[in-house]
Design a protein around this ligand. Sequence first.
Ligand code: 5RP
Length: 220
Amino acid sequence: MTKDEMKKAVALAALDYVTVGAIVGVGTGSTANFFIDALAGIKHKIEGTVASSIATAERLKGHGIPVFDLNAVNDIAVYVDGADESNRYLHLIKGGGGALTREKIAAAASRKFVCIADESKLVDVLGKFPLPIEVIPMARSYVARELVKLGGKPVLRDGYTTDNGNLIIDAHNLTIMEPAKLEAQLNNIPGIVTNGLFALRPADVLLLGHEGGVRTLTGR
Ligand code: 5RP
């Protein structure tokens, strides 16, 4: 199987977690795009979606799938999204596509978080993929200095602005032995809007595409 075939397989497998009449949270990225395309096939069975980015909202609408503002819904039954890295506890690094803030909000507001990825995303220790951090523009240099103190090498994502009008710093060189602890530490730095660690609210299910099909991992 190619990487794209693996992404398609996990996207299709994620449909099993979508219940009739549900509002579905939808992530961002190439794997999430395969899920959106698969969801189009059962759109008549769901009430609608909440999107984690403008790009995702547009793709959903392109398929005629209703997209709701999060403030207009009481309950997201399931959130389906990709990841840049996952460990065996389903702690994730996300934000390679820059949508981490809305993704983290949507994941937090959802009853179940189903992560879909190809097997290359499963790692023993998080951090080889540079950790994306969304920052308020005026705090850019201050946050970069704080990241250096934590052992990271901050690199500003050149020419990139998030859907929320902020910047992304990618923190390289981090070996993340305690993801939840680092996530909380980063949450306490003024100027950081969101960091790309999803450990305090990890995925509940990881559907991993591999040569032989789809493997299901559960974290708790
Ligand atoms: C976007 C994300 C994506 O889920 C992550 O970057 C994985 O993307 P892809 O499915 O294209 O590999 O966090 O902000």
